[in-house]
Design a protein. Structure first.
Length: 148
């Protein structure tokens, strides 16, 4: 892991940022390449390249802070009508900076930002098959936890 990523530099105060929130574990600041006005990034202060490397407690805190800031965006001058929370985990998923970060993207009607998806889904049997495979992998990884 590169402890000298731009996000590590921001946490250490070696690079500038427009901070919105900070506590002992998490830092939130304005994205310098925003998808929409008010786009924020929430990052752990500890370096973690991927979700697999991130302490689950800190990961939960990232989303709690993201939820809190989503509400703040709605009440701020951004005055958005909705918010997308987005986290890319891995290069193929669109991750560009290899330090976990949660995007908090304010949305307004006609803002030009969007996600594409398939209009039709797979057959229920295919969904059931993949669900069983994922559940089995989860049980192997965390035998003490049960999602049922």
């Amino acid at each position: 892991m590169d402890p000298y990523s731009i996000f590590a530099d921001i946490v250490a105060g070696r690079a500038p940022s427009s901070k919105v929130y900070e506590d002992a574990d998490v830092l939130a600041f304005m994205d310098i390449r925003p998808m929409t006005p008010g786009h924020l990034l929430v990052i752990p202060k500890v370096a973690a390249r991927s979700l697999a490397e991130l302490d689950p407690v800190v990961g939960g805190k990232l989303f709690r802070v993201g939820q809190r800031l989503a509400a703040a965006l709605r009440e701020s001058e951004v005055a958005c009508d909705g918010v997308n929370l987005f986290l890319a985990d891995g290069e193929v998923a669109g991750q560009e900076v290899f330090h976990v970060h949660l995007h908090v993207i304010p949305r307004t009607s006609g803002d030009g930002f969007g996600l594409r998806y398939r209009a039709t889904g797979p057959a229920r049997a295919d969904l059931d098959y993949l669900a069983a495979s994922i559940a089995a992998a989860d049980r192997r990884a965390s035998p003490q936890a049960s999602g049922n």
